[in-house]
Design a protein around this ligand. Structure first.
Ligand code: DCS
Length: 515
């Protein structure tokens, strides 16, 4: 491996006109054997991490973007990143009120009295008042905050949860985070005692979970979602999975659940949620509920969102020992502020001594970024009826929601119309996960190329259309089935064209590899 790298760099040194740059990379690589930190000596757990959402396909998409910028001839004019749930990258407009408040917090000079008259021509009064209130608490966005997050923001999150669930929430049990990702990592780190610690993860799953378990060397205990029943959880399967893991000496301690699902887009029924809580209660398993898509609900009458906390509360005293951590984020919903990195987790029934340890652990990182915390405040406490900004806020959120709902249906319909493809509708989240039966010849061609068949399909799709999706094998899938995950985030005015591209590619792929 090292020789290969050294050889490749040597030839790039010869060929490259940018001599200094090539020499620098060559010297750092070819001398690697003399270094303390090498690919062999480094942390194996890091090397074992796999994260398909930003894997081979995403890297190839990046290099195609460079080719387009250099005007190389390609069969498409732009690369469309459907590999990641990143709405603003695909031009979703940020919520105006949120950006108004954020910009005032960033530039407090705008708030001084002498600028007020000019300011009021650009900003509504409620945005100004909110920024002033936030700045009273944080002093400056450039200051470290409390390590759990700004206390007043945590109180607002608690009120938001109370309003959502009709159940009290304790701000001391709410920690603000840099996106849900860092919250999930913190909690999995705390739960993992050693390699024998088992954490149940869904298959298919969002690879944050498998990647984090690799990093902390915990043992993943997979359970399958049932594609033929709209990706529901099958309790018998889950029981069997715990039993088998425990019989092998794995100390199964926690269950990760993503609701609404990623990559699968299902929204769990109340009945299913009760069964899961009962299962965790019976088996003494901590429930980790990833609820980042709680407002991406597209069939609210038939499949509304129920938080695990609300249902747990409704199940009464008998279940009061259940340990639950739930995660939320500013990256999803209609907010879509992924790059700002904000989120929170709430702990219910977690031992106070453990909470103190978590507090100590997050304190070592000083605090989550304050800009992200401000967005958490705005998400939890947006403009209310009667506020000056309410009508515009409502209109913007409503327009994004309705459009996502239409695009969700369009994309599932598009895949269902293709030969050999079946696709469950997206009840929630931002993705569809169609099943694709690939011709034997394509499977053989993939094997020859050393690729998973669904990866092979997705790479050919990227080459032909510029559309970047993620192969199902990046999330896990039932043996001998092939899937892909695509977001339905491309802009609505381009959506028909986007679907037509996919249809044309699929037909050509089938013709090329016809059995
Ligand atoms: N949990 C789930 C289920 C997610 O889908 C994501 C992000 C996260 C947590 C973490 O998000 P933040 O850290 O930004 O809050 N979803 C990734 C994905 O599948 N595509 O885009 C990012």
């Amino acid at each position: 491996m090292l020789n290969a790298i050294a050889l490749a760099t040597k030839s790039s040194l010869r060929a490259s006109p940018h001599h200094a740059k090539a020499f620098f990379s060559s010297s750092t690589r070819s001398l690697a054997r003399n270094k303390v930190l090498t690919i062999e000596s480094m942390n194996d757990a890091v090397k074992n991490v796999e994260y398909a959402v930003r894997g081979e396909l995403a890297l190839k998409a990046e290099s195609l973007r460079v080719d387009l910028a250099q005007k190389k001839p390609l069969p498409f004019k732009r690369v469309i990143g459907c590999n990641i749930g990143n709405p603003q990258q695909l031009y979703q407009k940020p919520i105006t009120f949120f950006r108004q408040v954020v910009s005032l917090c960033e530039n407090p000079d705008l708030l001084v009295p002498k600028n007020r008259e000019a300011l009021l021509k650009l900003y509504p009064m409620d945005a100004i008042l909110r920024a002033e209130m936030l700045l009273r608490d944080v002093i400056s966005v450039g200051a470290y905050s409390h390590s759990k997050g700004v206390p007043s923001i945590r109180r607002n999150v608690a009120k938001f949860i109370e309003k959502r669930d009709g159940v009290p929430a304790n701000p001391e049990h709410i920690f603000l985070t840099q996106g849900a990702s860092s919250g999930v990592q913190t909690i999995l780190q705390v739960i993992t005692k050693n390699h024998h610690t088992g954490i149940m993860i869904p298959i298919p799953q969002y690879p944050l979970y498998s990647a984090t378990l690799s990093l902390f060397d915990a043992t993943p205990v997979p359970y399958y979602l049932d594609e033929s029943h709209q990706w529901a959880l099958n309790m018998d399967d889950m029981e069997a999975s715990v039993k088998e893991a425990r019989s092998k000496g794995t100390d199964v301690r926690a269950l990760c659940i993503i609701n609404p699902g990623n990559p699968t887009g299902q929204c769990l029924s109340e009945e299913n949620i009760r069964q899961v809580i009962d299962f965790c209660h019976r088996e003494r398993i901590i429930l980790l509920a990833d609820e980042v898509y709680q407002t991406n609900i597209y069939q609210p009458d038939r499949k509304p969102f129920h938080s695990f906390k609300k249902i747990l509360h409704q199940m009464g005293e008998e279940y009061k020992d259940v340990e639950l951590v739930s995660f939320h984020s500013i990256s999803k919903g209609m907010v879509g502020e992924c790059g700002r990195r904000g989120g929170y987790f709430e702990m219910v029934g977690i031992d106070e001594d453990v909470i103190d340890q978590i507090y100590k652990l997050v304190s070592a990182n000083l605090c989550p970024n304050v800009q992200g915390q401000i967005l958490v405040d705005l998400m939890a406490n947006p403009p209310q009826e009667g506020d000056e900004s309410y009508p515009q806020y409502q209109e913007e959120v409503g327009a994004i929601y309705e459009s996502l709902k239409r695009r969700a249906v369009k994309l599932a319909t598009c895949f269902n119309g293709m030969e050999g493809v079946t696709c469950n509708e997206a009840e929630g989240a931002m993705y569809v996960f169609p099943k694709i039966s690939l011709p034997q010849k394509a499977i053989e061609a993939a094997k020859k190329a050393g690729k998973e068949p669904d990866n092979f399909y997705c790479l050919e799709m990227l080459d032909a259309t510029g559309v970047c999706v993620v192969n199902g094998s990046g999330f896990g899938q039932a043996p001998n089935t092939w899937h892909l995950r695509s977001t339905f985030l491309p802009e609505e005015h381009l959506f028909d064209e986007f679907c037509a591209k996919l249809e044309k590619f699929h037909a050509q792929f089938l013709a090329k590899y016809k059995d």
